[in-house]
Design a protein around this ligand. Structure first.
Ligand code: COA
Length: 163
């Protein structure tokens, strides 16, 4: 059985992430979406909220599993039985960071490889912080996140502002 792991912060998941998830799920028998739970890098969405949103937007993809992890990505990959990390590349500006990440992971675990999928051009400008920023001003985020989570994204962003 061929498994892959797609890691990230997903604070929150966007249509760009979902595009990568659909395409990655076609390449493997099981795709593990691994949400970084980092207590020192607090995001706006709690880990539980990110898990919930990701589960809802991927409920129609049968071979996807959503988990969270703390610690090294390579350890998480091994724990879930995969040696294939999948990452998306939006633009050349992502490349340097992604190369460093992939090479660090390769140094830590030479048997693990990273595969890059190029982001659909429709979403090459998109990031989670763009979603958070536009939502915080009440702007239209329907081109950024799946329809079924729009209301929750507004609600959570507004809650963050009250803090
Ligand atoms: N569509 C939309 N946005 C995308 C995207 C896509 N296809 N691909 C990346 N992004 C955006 C994200 O929205 C995020 O935006 P933001 O900065 O505005 O929030 C940004 O790109 C980067 O996010 P992400 O892909 O989630 O990466 P990350 O840098 O937050 O996390 C990990 C990367 C989790 C893989 C990495 O930190 C990790 O492995 N950590 C574990 C510790 C470890 O093993 N370290 C050793 C290696 S150094």
């Amino acid at each position: 059985m061929r498994k892959g792991i797609y890691p990230g912060s997903f604070d929150p998941v966007t249509l760009g992430h979902l595009d990568i998830i659909h395409r990655a799920a076609d390449l493997v028998d099981e795709l593990v979406i691994a949400i970084l739970h980092n207590s020192s890098k607090k995001g706006l969405f709690t880990t539980e909220e990110r898990i919930d949103l990701l589960k809802r937007v991927t409920e129609d993809i049968p071979n996807v599993k959503v988990i969270s992890f703390d610690g090294l990505l390579v350890d998480c990959a091994i724990q879930y039985g995969t040696k294939t990390i999948i990452r998306g590349l939006r633009a050349v500006t992502d490349f340097e960071y992604e190369l460093q990440l992939a090479q660090t992971n390769k140094r830590l675990r030479p048997d693990i490889d990273t595969i890059f999928l190029t982001t659909n051009v429709k979403y090459s400008y998109l990031s989670s912080s763009v979603v958070r920023e536009v939502a915080s001003y009440g702007g239209d985020i329907s081109h950024f996140v799946p329809e079924k989570i729009i209301d929750d994204v507004y609600k959570i962003v507004k809650r963050g502002e009250k803090k």
